[in-house]
Write a protein that binds this ligand. Structure first.
Ligand code: AMP
Length: 278
């Protein structure tokens, strides 16, 4: 039984804390077990001092509010949170498979089947988020986790916004940012569609398409949509077609999420057993 259906006022005494799963910018993440139900979760511990130092309380609250409201099989659940004098604890769904980034590093690049399965999962999750007026804006392999069966989960809503209007704030990592974001122009949902194109490329080739030695060069390559497909590894024409339809400078002309799911490359390659539309 998921923790949220059991109780709402949590404290650290409700959990048996196990091994550390990783270290983030503001604290550590541990595997933990809710004592009563034995339900396994990931407990993210954030030091209040750090949050105050970087004036991030507002952003954290936003992240928590947004993530709590999202209930989708490909979006990591935030079940609840609590705090003591020094720390804030987030009770998160446990992603046993860890970071997708680790898997990509280990294998160099993914097969077309695996890449298409991840892109389709992400597309379903983003369609759900967009329906709820949430733009993630910081989708990158480090923010994608895998469950025990290898299903993708979007995590880390630190940079996401809940909005119905066009936004104008610079955020995220340059490599994954759409031209309108690197230029700090108003942007909307289509920034996530661009990022799907970047990720699709990275999954298939092992590195993002506009990678360069310095930020200035990455910036220039994004603005020119300087897209090249290396000859190795071999990638199908259909995959390149999808990437080309997503990496379009004019955000209004990018392939829609609906059309991504109908694209022949996705239809042919994505594994329906690992994709949960809702
Ligand atoms: P973060 O502070 O969110 O960057 O998390 C630090 C690291 O902890 C990540 O890179 C993951 O490897 C791991 N991690 C975070 N959240 C979870 C989770 N819900 N399940 C499993 N591992 C996690």
């Amino acid at each position: 039984m998921a923790p949220e259906s059991v109780k709402r006022d949590w404290s650290i005494n409700d959990f048996e804390v196990g091994r550390p799963l990783g270290k983030g910018k503001f604290g550590r993440v541990y595997v933990a077990r809710e004592t009563k139900t034995k339900y396994i979760v990931a407990l993210k511990v954030i030091f209040k001092e750090q949050i105050e130092k970087y004036k991030l309380l507002h952003q954290l609250k936003r992240e928590m509010t947004i993530q709590t409201s999202l209930h989708h099989p490909h979006v990591l659940r935030l079940y609840g949170w609590f705090h003591d004098a020094e720390r804030i604890f987030l009770i998160l769904e446990y992603a046993h498979g860890g970071e997708l980034y680790g898997e990509l590093q280990r294998s160099g690049h993914f097969s077309e089947q695996k890449a298409a399965t991840y892109i389709a999962s992400l597309t379903h999750a983003l369609a759900y988020c967009h329906e709820k007026h949430v733009i993630h804006r910081d989708i990158k392999p480090e923010n994608l986790l895998l469950d025990h069966e290898g299903r993708l989960k979007i995590a880390d809503f630190g940079w996401s916004v809940q909005s119905t209007n066009k936004r104008r704030t610079m955020c995220g990592t340059l490599d994954y940012l759409a031209p309108e974001m690197v230029e700090n122009r108003p942007h909307d949902y289509a920034v996530d569609n661009w990022t799907l194109g970047v990720l699709c490329y990275e999954f298939l080739y092992g590195s993002p398409p506009f990678e360069a030695d310095g930020q200035a060069d990455t910036f220039r390559r994004i603005m020119k949509v300087d897209l090249a497909f290396p000859s190795t590894p071999q990638v199908s024409a259909e995959a390149k077609d999808l990437i080309t339809l997503l990496l379009v400078k004019d955000s209004a002309k990018r392939l829609s999420l609906e059309k991504i799911l109908e694209h022949p490359w996705i239809v042919l390659n994505a594994d329906p057993n690992l994709i949960c539309p809702k």
